[in-house]
Design a protein. Structure first.
Lengths: 111, 114
């Protein structure tokens, strides 16, 4: 499975935008980029995913580099509830239910 | 639509015992995956079931096993528990387990082995 690399931690101020980077230089053409976040003692929560084009939903935006070797999760206005561990995951189209989680980025949001 | 449910939520066992955890996927989802989360190893994939068949498997010993029923509900079993099996066990479901699909995670079962 292709690996992803994320910073261990990031800080943001409340109501400011947050850009969470992810490097995936060995991504293949059939790998989908997924982002999840996890609050303490809870299961991971789906945030967004994409293949080649940038994606927007009510939670966040996903910006994918043209060569697909990196992506950025954008939270437009961070709130205290966005403090969590964010995971960037690659999933092959036929990966049969397997997600390979790295260490993720711990996002701290300051009031 | 109800989310993924897992029972029990908390469990305490002693070394050498066995344990069975249950997962009910979102209605219509046929793929159920299991993960183990520990502070040291992070989130690791255990196995995936689809249409009552194990289709994918992670790198865990044979003490970890699972099954899936015709209604897509799944159970995982850990035999001869070890202290290192203390973890949060998560299950996730999706329609077919394909890469473009969203996996929805349950709240997890926290297992403590004494």
């Amino acid at each position: 499975d292709a690996k992803t690399t994320q910073p261990n931690s990031m800080e943001s101020n409340e109501e400011e935008p947050v850009h969470l980077p992810c490097n995936h230089s060995t991504i293949s053409g059939t790998d989908y980029i997924h982002w999840y976040r996890q609050l303490p003692s809870q299961g991971p929560e789906y945030v967004i995913h994409g293949l080649t084009s940038n994606v927007n939903n009510r939670m966040a935006s996903l910006a994918i580099a043209e060569d697909r070797k990196s992506s950025t999760l954008i939270l437009h206005r961070a709130t205290l509830r966005d403090a969590a561990v964010y995971y960037c995951i690659l999933r092959k189209v036929n990966n049969a239910g397997k997600s390979t989680f790295g260490d993720g980025t711990t996002l701290t949001v300051k009031p | 639509k109800a989310g993924v449910t897992q029972t029990p939520r908390y469990l305490i066992k002693t070394r050498g015992q066995q344990v069975t955890l249950s997962c009910s996927p979102i209605s219509g989802h046929r793929s159920v995956s299991w993960y183990q989360q520990t502070p040291g190893q992070g989130l690791q994939f255990l196995f995936e079931y689809f249409s009552e068949t194990q289709r994918n498997k992670g790198n865990f010993p044979g003490r970890f096993s699972g099954r899936q029923f015709s209604n897509s509900r799944s159970e995982m079993n850990v035999s001869t528990l070890e202290l290192g099996d203390s973890a949060l066990y998560l299950c996730a479901s999706s329609f077919h387990g394909r890469g473009e699909e969203t996996q929805y995670f349950g709240p997890g079962t926290r297992l403590l082995v004494l």
